[in-house]
Every structure is written in structure tokens, then in C-alpha cells.
Ligand binder design. Structure first.
Ligand code: FUB
Ligand code: ZN
Length: 632
């Protein structure tokens, strides 16, 4: 591994954009999820299992156990972050219910194996047994990392289940994989947390077995569960986007553990191709609704974007591991893009309603889900409190609670800052040099990131700051506590400062976050002739509420306007404003005809855009990220 991840005991997010979201996550989202898991009986399924009363009364989909485990993982990170004893007690109470459902041989799951249920491991394509255990292992690993001495029993539960998996699916066992990847990164996490090499060997076996027709062919084809091509031979991510992300994350873990450079190179190539041709501007992945899957290259229709929130989480898991393995800053760029524009978009401001899919173009105002109603998963309308398939809310919760892990890393010579947020960083380099600094910033509202060094260092070390790909014209200033300040241009990629830092030294990165116009590769046919607006890491969008406000209610549908690129987007009173013109649409019996004359149509009007992650907070609206160029 090129970079060492820093734990929650080394990095703390202390405020700002992400600090606020972590607070909402802890105070609103975690109790909300617990409430719905209880209300829908998904937690109660474990009680039924323990009481020998399954399958009667079992509720929820075949993978509902995993949502309980994801909540446990989110709670584990949150306890590690904030140390709330009340949350710790809630965590332990859930662990006790889960543990009571474990069978003597280590099996854990509420869908298979009891009288009246299908036998265990008889539906690896769709049964999600190993997938669910994967989420259990990740929860246990998170707990073991943040509370190594906890006596709650979760790690023991996970180990017994993992031992059973190794026995049944190991080299002498059944030559099979799960239809939904997830156990792969989870076994590595558990292996690292326990020092148990067998778990990592098992993860490697699962990675190598996939892609050789281990699973049955299905209507979506074996690509759906990445069983079409061996991982090390694939060139791009395909099939179900969440499955693809989780599998790739686990495969990077295996490659790193094994020192398998060939596998790592294959995964880096897949990442490059997927980002270049199969990823939305938001970082979202997956453009097929029917199978929640990647489309072919360039198939990225904004109004049919599936862009499942979980696929964003899977993509972050994959990118993060490649960043650690290779040190390439573009992986942190995609983590940032996906965090701001997928993960931050899903939850409502209050943290109690979520987008499952993340469309980039809402053509019809959605309908608000009732607060006490379970929604169908992909309604892509307004955020909903809970879904029949509710994988996304706990995935957001665990990502936000553990977010500090993605902020900074270390190597032999220093610390790398990848994500910009107010934070404290305290760590020790392998040779014993202590590193301490605080980050102060109002990013992304403001582009200045200030690193305040705390304490004198006996020897020089290197501070590395990521310069995002969009940040042309960035500048770096070094303001020593004693001595002359220095300033220089820095290019997208990374900027480094190597010195014997002294207490009070300040390093300032100035990122140009002024709004900018963004065009797409013309092969993304669905947005050819359109422009989007970005500001720093945030994608912006046009929402009908703002259009109506700017036109005194005369125009209230985003379909009726185009953008005038001759007037650059600019900031007025803290809002990004663009010049829009009537799109020249007319209702006709036949919507095709001679090309329009260039140079725009109608009078222009200045309209404020909003950050995409904030859309749909003001009631039903139409919305678009990609705006057609007026007159084209
Ligand atoms: O199959 C479990 C989860 O449910 C998937 O990851 C999501 O895409 C949803 O289908
Ligand atoms: Zn999901």
C-alpha cells in the first residue's frame, strides 16, 4: 500500500459542510433508520429467529438483514467519532439481538435454513446470504477498529460466521460465489481487524472465482453480477453498479494484500475506462433502471440516470482503495465529486428522507412521499423516508459517520490531505515523528484551505495537498511562524511542502471555486448541445422554483429555457446566476423540422442555480443539470 489510511483516532472533522452533515447523521438519520428497521420488522426478524419462530412473520426482502448490519456499522463509526454512551448502549442492544439469532455452527441469516425455509446456500444468485454476512463483517471490523476492546460480542459473532464461510467455500469447499459481491472487501476488512489470514485468502478465492460462470445465466446476462469475465481480464465496470463497485473494492484489497500488481493494474484500467466513459458528471454510476446497471460507453442520459446512491458509495470504496494503493490523486478527485454530488444529495437537509436514485433531470414535478409510507425504491421523485428496498439510507449513514477516514493519509515521509474540511489531524510517522495540524476552511463555499501546524517538528516532513483537476490557477502560500512567506502556482494533481515545520506555520491552498461552464464529450449523445455549471467540487442545477421566481411566475418549467453561454456564470449575493433564454420550443403536431437559427431565441433572464445536492428541498419541482444551449 502506497498510503496508510488514518483512523478516526487520528482525524476528526470539526465542522463545515461535512461536520454539519455528520451532526445531522448522528442526531436525525441514525435514529430514523433504527425506527424504520424496527417498524418494518427487519430487526424483529432476528428476534423471531432466536425464538425459533421463523419463517412465520418474517418481514422484508431477502437482504433486509444487511440494513441492520449497515446501521451497526454506521453506529460503530459514529461511536468512534463522538463517543456517545447512549448510542453505545443502543448499539449493544442491537448486537445482542443479532447475536441471539446466530446458530451453533456460526450461521447467521433470517431467510434460509429453518424448517419451512429454503435450505441454506441454495440460491447463491439471488439469496444474498454471503452479501448479508459481508455487511456483518464490515460492521464488526468498524467496531474492532474504533473500539478494539469492546466486549459487546460482535467480533466473535462475525468470526464464527466467517469461519463457517471459510469452511464451506474454502479451497476444499464449494466452488461458488455470491450473486451480490460484498463479502470480498468485508472478509479483507475482518482479516485485517483480526489478523486472520484465512479470511483474506477466502476473499481472494471469491475474487478469482468470479467471471468464470460460477453463477447461473440470467435474463440480464452474467455481466449483471460480474460473472461474465474474470476480474483480472475485465477492462471496464459493467452490470449492476453496486455489485461492480463492491467487487472492485474487494479486488483492490486482495491485490494489495497479495502484492498482485497485475490485478491492481487491471483494476486501475477498469477505473480509468469507467470514469472516462460511464460516469455521470455528478460521479453517479449506472444508467439502466431495469437492472440498476451500467450502460455501454457514453450511455449517460440525464433524465434516465439511475445513479443509485449505493453505487456512489461503492464507487467511493473502489476509488479510495485505489488511492491508497497507487497514490494517484484522481481517485481522491472522484471520491470528492461523488461525496458532494451523490452522497450529500441523497439525504434531505433534515436527514430523514432520501433519494434512492439520483436523476440529473426531473421532467415532471415529483410527489412528496408521506412520512409514514414505504416508497417503491426507484421513484426518482422526491426524497422518501423509507423504501421497500432500503439499501441506500444506511449506506449514506455509514459513509457519513466514517467520513474522517477519507480526509487524510500518511506515508513514510508525511501526510497527504485529500478532502478539505475543518479537521484536526494527529498522527505519528513510522520513524516516530509526531505530526499535528488543524485545517481551517469554509470549503467549498470558499476556496481557501488553511493548514495550521501545531508543535515543532524535529525533522522535516512533507505535507501534500490535493489540487483537484478542475482547479487550474490554484496557488499555494507558505506562511512560516518566523521567516518570509512564499507563494507559488500549483498545478492540478498534488502540491507538496517539505520542511521542518514549526508551531504556528501556516500553509494555505487557494483553490479557484468560481463557477464554470462544463461541456460533455460529444459521444454522450444525450447531453450534446448542453452545458452544465460547476462551482468547485459541486455540480449545480436549474430548479423550476428559481426559474419561476426570476420570471415572475411566467416560466416555471426548466424544459422551456436554454443557457446563453456568452454570459459567463457569475456570483450575485452568494448565488450562482446564469443567463437563460426561451428555448424556442413550440407545441406542434410533429416535433421535428428545420434546424433553428443560431444565436439564441428571445430575451434573456438571469436565474439563480442551486447546488445539485440541495435540489428538491422546496417542494415538487422540475430540475436539470444539463441545460441546452439557447438557440442550438
Ligand atoms: O441487492 C441488494 C441491494 O438492493 C442492491 O445493492 C441495490 O442495488 C438494491 O437492489
Ligand atoms: Zn441502494
Amino acid at each position: 500500500m502506497t498510503l496508510r489510511p488514518l483512523g478516526l483516532d487520528e482525524v476528526t472533522i470539526t465542522g463545515g459542510f461535512w461536520g454539519h452533515r455528520q451532526h445531522v447523521n448522528a442526531t436525525a438519520t441514525l435514529p430514523h433508520i433504527e425506527h424504520w428497521l424496527e417498524r418494518e420488522g427487519w430487526l424483529g426478524n432476528f428476534d423471531l429467529a432466536a425464538a425459533g419462530r421463523l419463517p412465520d412473520g418474517r418481514r422484508g426482502r431477502e437482504f433486509s438483514d444487511s440494513e441492520v448490519y449497515k446501521l451497526l456499522e454506521a453506529m460503530a463509526w459514529e461511536i468512534g467519532r463522538a463517543g456517545d454512551p447512549a448510542l453505545d448502549a443502543r448499539f449493544r442492544a442491537i448486537v445482542a439481538r443479532v447475536a441471539a439469532a446466530q446458530e451453533p455452527d456460526g450461521y447467521l441469516g433470517t431467510v434460509f435454513g429453518r424448517p419451512g425455509q429454503p435450505p441454506r446456500w441454495t440460491d447463491l444468485e439471488w439469496g444474498h446470504e454471503l452479501y448479508c454476512l459481508g455487511h456483518l463483517f464490515q460492521a464488526a471490523a468498524a467496531r474492532a477498529t474504533t473500539r478494539p476492546d469492546a466486549d459487546d460480542g460482535l467480533l466473535g459473532v462475525a468470526r464464527r460466521a466467517a469461519d463457517l464461510v471459510c469452511e464451506l467455500f474454502g479451497p476444499a469447499g464449494r466452488d461458488a460465489v455470491c450473486g451480490h459481491a460484498e463479502i470480498e472487501p468485508a472478509l479483507v476488512a475482518l482479516g485485517r481487524a483480526t489478523g486472520e489470514g484465512r479470511y483474506i485468502d477466502q476473499a481472494a478465492l471469491f475474487v478469482e472465482r468470479r467471471g468464470r460462470g460460477a453463477l447461473a445465466d440470467i435474463e440480464f446476462g452474467r455481466a449483471y453480477y460480474q460473472d461474465d469475465v474474470p476480474v483480472r481480464e475485465a477492462t471496464v465496470l459493467r452490470g449492476h453498479a453496486v455489485r461492480a463497485g463492491y467487487l472492485s473494492a474487494g479486488a483492490v484489497d486482495v491485490a494489495v494484500e497479495r502484492g498482485d500488481d497485475e490485478l491492481l493494474a487491471a483494476l486501475a484500467r477498469q477505473w480509468d475506462n469507467t470514469v472516462a466513459r460511464r460516469t455521470y458528471l455528478t460521479g453517479g454510476q449506472g444508467s439502466h433502471h431495469q437492472d440498476e446497471a451500467f450502460g455501454q460507453d457514453w450511455v449517460l442520459p440525464p433524465d434516465r440516470a439511475y445513479s443509485e446512491t449505493c453505487a456512489g458509495v461503492g464507487s467511493i470504496m473502489f476509488s479510495w482503495r485505489l488511492l491508497l494503493a497507487t497514490g494517484r490523486p484522481q481517485h481522491a478527485d472522484l471520491v470528492e465529486r461523488t461525496l458532494f454530488n451523490v452522497v450529500a444529495t441523497s439525504p434531505s437537509e433534515a436527514g430523514t428522507a432520501f433519494f434512492y436514485t439520483n436523476t440529473l433531470h426531473q421532467r415532471v414535478p415529483g410527489t412528496a412521499a408521506r412520512g409514514d409510507e414505504v416508497s417503491p425504491r426507484a421513484s426518482s421523485s422526491l426524497r422518501a423516508p423509507w423504501f421497500a428496498v432500503s439499501c441506500c439510507p444506511p449506506n449514506v449513514a455509514r459513509t457519513l459517520a466514517g467520513l474522517a477516514r477519507y480526509v487524510a493519509t500518511a506515508d513514510d515521509d508525511g501526510v497527504q490531505l485529500h478532502q478539505y474540511t475543518p479537521a484536526t489531524v494527529r498522527t505519528t510517522l513510522p520513524d516516530g515523528r509526531p505530526i499535528a495540524f488543524d485545517v481551517e476552511t469554509d470549503y467549498p463555499r470558499d476556496g481557501v484551505v488553511r493548514v495550521h501546524v501545531r508543535g515543532d517538528s524535529a525533522a522535516p516532513w512533507t505535507l501534500t495537498l490535493r489540487v483537484p483537476a478542475w482547479a487550474s490557477g490554484a496557488r499555494l502560500r507558505v506562511l512560516p511562524a518566523a521567516g518570509e512567506p512564499a507563494e507559488r502556482d500549483v498545478e492540478p494533481g498534488s502540491a507538496t511542502v517539505h520542511r521542518a515545520f514549526a508551531d504556528g506555520d501556516v500553509v494555505e491552498l487557494h483553490l479557484p471555486v468560481a463557477p464554470r461552464l462544463t461541456a460533455a464529450d460529444p459521444r454522450i449523445d444525450a447531453v450534446r448541445g448542453c452545458l452544465a455549471v460547476e462551482r468547485g467540487p459541486e455540480v449545480l442545477c436549474l430548479e423550476s422554483v428559481d426559474l419561476a421566481a426570476a420570471t415572475d411566475g411566467q416560466v416555471d418549467d426548466v424544459a422551456d429555457v436554454g443557457i446563453d453561454p456568452s454570459v459567463p456564470p457569475r456570483e450575485v449575493d452568494g448565488a450562482v446566476v446564469v443567463r437563460l433564454r426561451a428555448a424556442g420550443a413550440k407545441d406542434a403536431a410533429w416535433p421535428y423540422g428545420a434546424p433553428p437559427s443560431p444565436n439564441g431565441v428571445g430575451d434573456g433572464v438571469d436565474v439563480a442555480l442551486v447546488a445539485y445536492h440541495d435540489w428538491a428541498e422546496r417542494g415538487p419541482s422540475t430540475m436539470r443539470v444539463w441545460m441546452p444551449i439557447a438557440g442550438e
